[in-house]
Design a binder for this molecule. Structure first.
Ligand SMILES: [Zn+2]
Length: 1057
């Protein structure tokens, strides 16, 4: 740490230093004796420094003042009266900013690579919060206005328009209105309801700011490698500049929440319906809420956390096991808690058949009552406590960020003297509840849940409501337009123009120049030590380090592929990569089922059948976490991962052996897994951005690609038919599933990574005999799969292809364009392309300003993928894809040709963004180990490849950038060299098609999602119609929605006959 000295006359006193007993983390709490501003620093090694600047905010209306204020704070401050300055500075200092408005607080975030950048932005940021400009012009454009066409607009207004009528929002708000009476702040929509935002005044926001944004109501939480002395000097200097703008320390101030009316207890149980707009009326949701224990009661809060994970934490816990796995009444059962003076407990059951909502809600409460009426499974309760303890330790190790929420909550509800923060030092409360008897647990459960009054909301999808909202809104806008008349509209257009001009004053270069770009040396990346064993050594340079020596000593004749990453950690992370190339094409879509089923299957152990619940129980005991999925860095592979403690290393290896070689393929379990996958498909198909990805996968890759075979459009028909087959001919499905497992589970197909403190492992290499004994290890390691071999002509030679896919579920549009790019890590143009994309797409950069800034889309994204050799450009949530596309085209072509020029700030900003991205990739020790493995094993590049690239990136010249743009980005906007995919609201289709044709996309085609589905040749006797008949009375049948979308079952109406 640099040796900065704290000035002797600092106004910040150290309230306390807290060393956590269960992990190597220290909190230091400071408080200003001058303003009362508070600050907690969580020391942690790594490249990232994160800041959370939180203010307790309480309001008793739905005006949206808290949320609008959050936006306006970014529009300029006392000494920096420029919109966007904060973000411009941040993007030069390896930083990014963000903010959120919760019901009880507003938090602003600053994440930075390295302390130097953070220190530079901090005082500027704080000034924006304490003395923002809050101008009328800013409020007009950011919050709400009526534009020249008579439509309501504004950044916050549009944001709330997008969420106000979503099922989750509507249900949550209705539940909170029932839980909290008038006058209790928790019942209000702090984001702002649209009808209130339309009448919100700047003065109301200013008043709210004055009341709430006082230094004494603010707490700064910093995590990472923080220079404490430098921090205190900065804060002292900052206070000096605002001391005359804020109320004095002794001025009367009512602490939000703490000094407000307490929340009254619920006096009765209420069950209400809540309609939400939705075209597909088949599935709804159940939500239940309770008022829980006092937030200051540490023991009760800990007990509640453990009890919730006992009830609802995994597939073997009571709620999930009964409602999801066994009775299949919903696709998932989940819980959450809100920290309030009394904790609030929530349960959500998702994807419940609409007709059964009331019945399922009753079932939930009967289940809770039954559970509390009978002895609990105390050994499992203790498992939950132990697991909770291990998870806390793991999360502390992974990121200091883990503490941001509890520290903010302490600021909101805890005593000012820091005495409750001190209780973080240990987790003694877990020792206390460890001693609780069955009776104590059941009394606790009855008190807060099964016998407690509660509020239940049945979320009912409504097509009629969907229509009514659209019609009412149309009528309202029309009336508004008529009332304003041509003259009125013209005035409004001018007013908006004026406000924009006031906001968009250019930032003088001289101001930006006052902030030099920090040195990249100030970013301290985490380094790991690599060691290799067996097949992992082949073709690689021999390593000479202390860890390699440990490995060599234990290696013996082991040939299994083992890659070690040594990091200081109390946990070991094992990841096994498996190739999928040997899997026959016609079985590829079964991979989704394999992934879903892998950890919830019965197995044979010592000649005995062990049910899946027992397996999961053991896994929970032995690990802190486990998972399986397709590998992100190469979707032709899958990974199986475990996080555990060094003592359980060998146990986990034996467990892996059981899972790979002794699983029982049970039709009942496979059926349950299939149902879980199929229930979620309708909602996957409702997402504009996911469907863009799914269609792209279907078009770009051939059938041998596993990434493609696991996409929604490959699995929907195939797995539906598989479910039918599983009922009629289970043996056939089991035989195929067995074939699939056998093709994957071969020693020559495994690449294993072990990351952790390798010195703490007794037999890092020889322990793996538990997996490999009696297996045939003579075959050579199979090569990695090159995704390029699986590309179709569509992706190999992009150009002259354009598809519009209308979706009834979205009211906006999404696009992805791709053209030929770069396909290797060593390509000489790569560094220039990376800088070009970062410069174009950065926050407040050319594309941001041209597209997002003009309301043409929520965001754009430039990308390149070396594994496919394609360059891409995406536009998300756009009201008009064509306009967004044309605006982006103009920018890219302008910068490529040199008619537009990047200033030096833009290029510095681009490099800064690349540095931040690198830090984001490996913020923690575990992530650094993961990156090192992926680089060396999957991508075949050096472990510090990104550092080498950073050096190249800094040397890129403007000329090279223009060249890269001309070669790889301009072709994106030429119909002859680009492929274009769009998902959009139905109503947009016709005009878009016309516009795109006008722009040269002569081959544009309008297609349905179903046109891209692929059944991989799987057929069922009688076809899908027969399945419809057969499953008519099936409880978990979800065909209704599928059919309406794919339109493939004209005979489905017969099903009801
Ligand atoms: Zn917002």
């Amino acid at each position: 740490m640099p040796a900065t000295k704290v000035r002797s006359k600092s106004h910040f006193k150290t309230v306390q230093t807290i060393d956590l007993k269960y992990c190597p983390v220290t909190f230091t709490q400071y408080e200003s004796t001058r303003t009362g501003m508070r600050c907690v620093v969580v020391d942690q090694k790594g490249p990232k420094v994160n800041g959370y600047f939180a203010l307790a905010t309480e309001i008793h209306d739905d005006s949206g003042a808290p949320h609008t204020l959050e936006h306006l704070c970014f529009m300029g401050s006392k000494s920096y009266r420029y919109k966007g300055l904060l973000d411009k500075l941040a993007t030069r200092a390896f930083s990014s900013t963000n903010a959120w408005t919760a019901t009880d607080h507003t938090a602003y975030t600053l994440e930075t690579a390295g302390w130097d950048g953070f220190a530079q932005i901090l005082p500027v940021y704080l000034e924006h919060l304490i003395v923002p400009t809050l101008t009328d012009a800013g409020c007009y454009t950011e919050v709400h206005h009526i534009d020249g066409s008579g439509e309501d607009s504004g950044v916050v207004y549009s944001e709330m328009q997008g969420v106000q009528n979503q099922s989750g929002e509507l249900m949550d708000l209705q539940a909170r209105r029932l839980l909290f009476p008038e006058g209790i702040g928790f019942r209000y929509e702090t984001g702002g309801m649209m009808e209130h935002l339309r009448v919100l005044t700047t003065q109301r926001i200013r008043d709210f700011h004055k009341e709430m944004y006082q230094p004494k109501n603010m707490c700064l939480v910093l995590t990472g490698e923080v220079d404490h002395a430098d921090l205190l000097n900065i804060l002292d200097d900052f206070e000096e500049t605002i001391i005359d703008d804020v109320p004095t320390l002794n001025a009367p101030f009512k602490r939000p929440w703490v000094e407000s009316t307490p929340i009254p207890a619920l006096t009765k149980t209420i069950v209400e319906r809540c309609e939400f707009p939705e075209e597909d009326e088949s599935m709804g949701e159940v939500m239940a809420g309770f008022l829980g224990p006092d937030v200051h009661d540490q023991i009760a809060c800990a007990a509640l956390g453990v009890l919730l994970s006992y009830l609802c934490g995994s597939s073997i816990s009571v709620m999930e096991n009964t409602l999801v796995e066994r009775e299949q009444l919903c696709s998932s059962a989940s819980y959450s808690t809100d920290t309030r003076p009394n904790l609030v407990i929530w349960f959500v059951l998702s994807s419940v058949e609409t007709e059964k909502l009331a019945e399922v809600e009753e079932r939930l409460f009967k289940l809770l009552k039954d559970t509390a009426a009978n002895p609990l499974d105390m050994p499992y309760m203790h498992d939950c406590i132990n697991r909770w303890r291990r998870q806390i330790k793991l999360r502390c190790e992974n990121a200091g960020d883990f503490f941001a929420d509890p520290i903010i909550e302490d600021h909101l509800y805890g005593p000012r003297d820091g005495s409750e923060l001190r209780e973080f030092a240990d987790i003694k409360e877990l020792d206390t509840i460890q001693e609780w008897t069955d009776q104590q647990w059941r009394d606790f459960m009855r008190k807060w849940m099964s016998d407690a009054h509660h509020v239940s909301i049945l979320g009912v999808p409504s097509k009629a409501m969907s229509k009514k909202i659209t019609d009412d809104e149309k009528a309202r806008v029309q009336a508004q337009q008529e009332k304003l008349g041509e003259e009125g509209l013209k005035e409004l257009a001018e007013k908006l123009q004026q406000a924009k001009a006031d906001n968009d004053k250019p930032i003088p270069d001289s101001l930006l120049e006052q902030f030099p770009v920090p040195d990249t040396e100030s970013v301290h990346f985490i380094s790991t030590i690599t060691a290799r064993s067996g097949a992992a050594k082949s073709g690689k340079q021999k390593l000479d380090n202390s860890i390699q020596q440990i490995i060599d000593k234990d290696e013996g004749d082991s040939s299994v592929f083992l890659h070690f990453e040594h990091i200081p950690s109390n946990f070991v992370r094992i990841k096994i990569l498996l190739g999928t190339n040997a899997l026959p094409v016609e079985l590829k879509p079964l991979l989704s089922l394999y992934l879903m089923n892998f950890f919830t299957t019965p197995v044979m152990e010592d000649g005995q059948r062990i049910e899946f619940e027992r397996l999961v129980l053991d896994l929970e005991r032995e690990t802190v976490g486990y998972g399986i999925d397709l590998e992100r860095s190469n979707a032709e592979m899958l990974y199986i991962a475990f996080e555990t403690e060094p003592d359980s290393y060998e146990k986990i290896i034996r467990r892996i052996r059981t899972l790979l070689f002794d699983a029982i393929h049970d039709p009942i379990r496979l059926q349950a897994s299939l149902t879980k996958i199929l229930v979620d498909i309708p909602s996957e198909k409702r997402s504009g951005s996911s469907m863009l990805g799914a269609v792209e996968a279907m078009l770009s890759f051939d059938q041998t690609s596993s990434g493609r075979a696991c996409s929604t459009l490959a699995k929907s028909l195939y797995l539906k038919r598989t479910r039918k087959l599983l009922k009629d001919e289970p043996d056939r499905v089991i035989e195929q599933f067995t074939k699939l497992c056998e093709s994957l589970h071969r020693p020559e197909n495994l690449r294993i990574r072990v990351a952790g403190n390798i010195e703490s492992l007794h037999n890092p290499v020889s322990a793996w005999k538990a997996l490999t004994s009696s297996l045939d290890l003579s075959k050579p390691l199979e090569p990695l799969i090159d995704r390029k071999e699986k590309l179709t002509d569509y992706a190999r030679t992009p150009g002259n292809a354009a598809y519009i896919i209308p979706l009834s579920s979205i009211d906006s549009s999404y696009a992805r364009i791709a053209c030929k790019g770069i396909d290797s890590f060593s390509h000489p143009h790569l560094a220039a392309l990376i800088v070009a994309q970062a410069a174009l797409d950065s926050v407040e950069g050319p594309l941001w300003v041209a597209v997002r800034g003009n309301g043409l889309a929520y965001g754009t994204n430039c990308g390149y993928r070396l594994s496919t050799g394609l360059v891409s450009f995406s536009i998300s949530r756009s009201p008009d894809i064509y306009k967004a596309f044309m605006a982006a085209k103009e920018q890219v072509e302008g910068y490529a040709s040199g008619t537009l020029n990047f200033d030096k700030f833009a290029l510095e900003g681009a490099v800064s963004e690349i540095v931040l991205n690198m830090a984001n990739e490996q913020p923690t020790m575990a992530a650094a180990a993961a990156t090192s493995f992926t680089n060396q094993v999957v991508l075949g590049i050096e472990k510090d490849w990104s550092h080498q690239m950073l050096a190249k990136v800094r040397d890129v010249t403007p000329e090279q950038i223009r060249e890269a743009m001309t070669k790889y980005m301009v072709p994106l906007f030429n119909p002859k060299s680009a492929n274009l995919l769009v998902t959009c609201a139905q109503i947009m289709t016709e005009k878009l098609e016309e516009n795109l044709k006008g722009a040269g996309f002569t081959s544009v085609q309008v297609k349905a999602l179903a046109d891209f589905e692929d059944d991989y040749g799987l057929e069922v006797p009688g076809g899908d119609d027969a399945e419809g008949d057969d499953e008519e009375d099936d409880e978990d049948d979800s065909e209704g929605d599928d059919d309406s979308e794919d339109g493939e079952t004209p005979g489905s109406s017969e099903g009801s006959g």
